[in-house]
Design a protein around this ligand. Sequence first.
Ligand code: ZN
Length: 430
Amino acid sequence: MQTLSLRAKLMSFSLAADGTVDVMYLEDGVLICTDGRIDALMPAANYTADGGDLDACEDLRPCFICPGFVDTHLHMPQLGIIASYSPQLLDWLDRFAFPAEQAFADSAFAAEQAQHFLDRVIASGTTCAQVFTTVHEHACEHLFAAAQSLDMAMIAGKVMMDRHAPAPLTQEPQACARACEGLINKWHDKGRLRYALTPRFAITSSEEQLALCGELLQSHPSVMLQTHLSENHEEIGEVARLFPQADDYLDVYERFGLNVSSATFAHGIHLSASERLRIVAAGAKVAFCPSSNLFLGSGLFDLAAMPMDNLSIASDVGGGTGLSMLDTCAEGYKVGQARGHQMHPTEAFYAITAGNAKSLGLADEIGQLQQGYSADLVVLNPTKPQGLAERYAICEDLTDALFAFMMLSDDRSIERCYIAGKLAYSASAQ
Ligand SMILES: [Zn+2]
């Protein structure tokens, strides 16, 4: 039996019935985890009163422990092309994303990059992610294998493309579908791993490929779906040209049975009212990717127009400019401000923990400090970097502190990460 006993400030976020965020906060708390799961949490004073020995707990104060962050949309092969200078999405894909993805044809390189990617993700405080790999089966396999060795909750898929991309990144639809099925059979629902069918976007898949994707989803109903939707005006125009029979962009996916509750549509910036209603009716989710949307000039997402239950927030690395979910919230806050919608700090912390977990169908497994939940934890240090330390020193309450973390933290604020109760990252070990 493996037991972890930690003393720190403990915080966790959930959604109340009226749609507001409930905060669980223990200023001086003890968290006990056994065999990878949260066993108990209580105020330190209660722990002592119940006969517990505080000296046997590792004292992490003044750090905060909260559920590990969840990122619902990012691209493994694009870590190295963050901050590539380009006017907009389609140019950026051609000049940077596609060449970077072609390098993953080399299996040894892909294996090394998969491990490096996971190391970087975890060092940023993220303990669960939904990831695009590349068209290459081995790239997806390497990522799953690396996540499996950490017992990490990971959703990933091999990219499906059969047109409008460099030839080495395309695959004949039937062969691609067979490859996806092989990956599903090998990895889906193995431990904490799940498979997501991953057509890149409507431009790079023919009708035949989208139809095969829909068939795979029907024959494997617990498999997830991830793709892009309505990110950029030029992209939307191209989709309309390629699919003249479709009423709108979402209709392209709907025609092939891809607007489903397990779907994450990245971006959704320029959706019509009708498209939003149809996403809500299907129970699908839109991933708001603020740093990517700002970086690529794609547009300002309307946070108020989408119900929280159909919304997640994501880094979208490498269109996004960093892996940090706290920084993603800071960018989201600024987008909200520009559109007259103020994102409250507790909403932001809910979004990157329990909210994103729920959007990936993992609400009962991760995202909260609660007995029985997986001990996927991030330890946040309010004394690093200097700017955060100075702001934190004059914070008057938890909301103030959360906002300071959201706006001023960086990688140095991530003190530790635990995955299934095991130490997966420690700043002091770097
Ligand atoms: Zn993306």
